[in-house]
Each structure stands twice: as structure tokens, then as C-alpha cells.
Ligand binder design. Sequence first.
Ligand code: OAD
Ligand code: ZN
Length: 249
Amino acid sequence: MKIPQTIIEKTANAKHIAVLTGAGVSAESGIKTFRDPDGLWAKLNPAELASIDGFMANPKMVWEWYQHRREIIASCRPNPGHYALSELAKIVPKLTLITQNVDRLHQQAGSEGVVELHGNIIENHCFRCRAPFAEAVDLTLSEPPLCPKCGGQIRPSVVWFGENLPEGAMEAAEEAAAQCDVFFSIGTSAEVYPAANLPIFAKRSGAFVVEVNPRRTAISSYLDATVELASGEALPLLLDGVKKLKGII
Ligand code: OAD
Ligand code: ZN
């Protein structure tokens, strides 16, 4: 399956493109998704590993799990999907990249101004006073270090279930969804809210909404087009099509 020409034309002519990405975008980099049959939540319990209660009940176990994920992520590199998005941003008037991913692979691929809805796994802050913890953390450290300000335990700066999104992130994402003329929902199951509202919100605000995902999701039937391909394959094809239309190659 190639990319339908309508999608290429809408993308090439857009004044503002908004893109929402999820774990599927990093799958081809070797990072497991959450809700696929071999995903992280198939075997592990998010209430234990990704919630405030889970951390309070067993901070060492939660800390060790994130340290393990950090090790995996540190060995992974952006894939052609990440690079295609960062290149696309350079040849269109405006592109807002909104991600649920915490791995920072979009930034590694050169994307700028990424809206991180679920924080990131690279940084840490204090569980108690929320002060940022800027010290480098050795990946072999198996217990959370303590906050120099209040003695509280340090945690990764990812958003857990039941927590608020980082300040300003959802507002920036909603503004882009409302203003864009083309919206892409890529590599996300669209099951986690409020992020999953964004494609629907963009559609209601008049955008042409495209999903890129090898499998259909809960929102596929509401959208204007679906590209049932892996993002590492689809996005370079889209980029090539847009470049050709714009006379860049
Ligand atoms: P999910 O694991 O829920 O969904 C991943 C989606 O990626 C699925 O719909 C797959 O079909 C699709 N997919 C798999 N491989 C792909 C590929 N190569 N190219 C494109 N798509 C592919 O991941 P998210 O939707 O990101 O929360 O999950 C949302 C949130 O739930 C995550 O941010 C995380 C998790 O709990 C936090 O960390 C707070
Ligand atoms: Zn503190």
C-alpha cells in the first residue's frame, strides 16, 4: 500500500500540521509498546509501575523498572519515522509535534519544540516537593536517590496514571489541534485520555485527520483517512511524496 495522493496533497498544502505520536512510532527503534499483544501492559501492571500509589507502595521496584527501561532506551536510536517527521517540519510552514512518548527519540532525530504530554524518562524530580533533580543518575543505581532539598525520594519525570499532565502541555496540544488544517495520529492506540481526545477535537475543529497505524484503533472510523502501515515505512513515503509535490526532489 502506498500513501494515498489526497493525504500527500493535503500535507503539502497545509499551513499548520499537528502530529500526535504514541509508542508505535518507537516500536521500530526496538522499544516495546504498551497495549500490543507483546506490549508492556500485557505482562506488567500499570497500577503497580505507573501510579503514585504504586510508587508509594514499592519505590525501589518502580525505580528499578524505570532504570531498566532507561537502559533499553539509551541503547535505541531514532528510526526513519522519527527522521521523516523532523524533516517534514523543515519543509512545511508550521508543524506542531505532540508526543505521548517519554524516550526523547523525536528530539534525537532533530525535532524541535516537541510537546511532551507524558513527560520524559530522562529527567527526575522529587516525589515529595517536586523540585527538579538535576544530578546525573547512574543507571546501575537500584534505589531512588534522596532530594537534597527535602529528603524526599526522587522519581522519573514521567506522567503516571491519575496525575496531571505537565503544565501547559495539553493547552499547547489543544491549541494546535484546533488551529491545524491537517492532523496526524501516529502509532497510538488512542486509548489514553486526554491525549486520545486530540484527533477527535481536531476533526471537530475542521482538520483533515489521518491515522498511521498497522492496526485499526478505537477512533479509526471517526477519521478522514487511515494508512495501515508501520510509521517507519509510511512517514518516509509521505515525506518523499510531499517533497516531489513541492519540487524539492
Ligand atoms: P499503545 O501501546 O497503547 O499503542 C501503540 C499503538 O502503536 C498500537 O495501536 C499499535 O497498533 C501501534 N503500532 C505498533 N507498531 C507500530 C509501528 N511500527 N508503526 C505505527 N504504529 C505501530 O501506546 P500509546 O498509545 O502510546 O502512558 O499509549 C499511550 C500511553 O499509555 C503511553 O504514553 C503510556 C501508556 O501507559 C504513560 O507513560 C503515561
Ligand atoms: Zn524534595
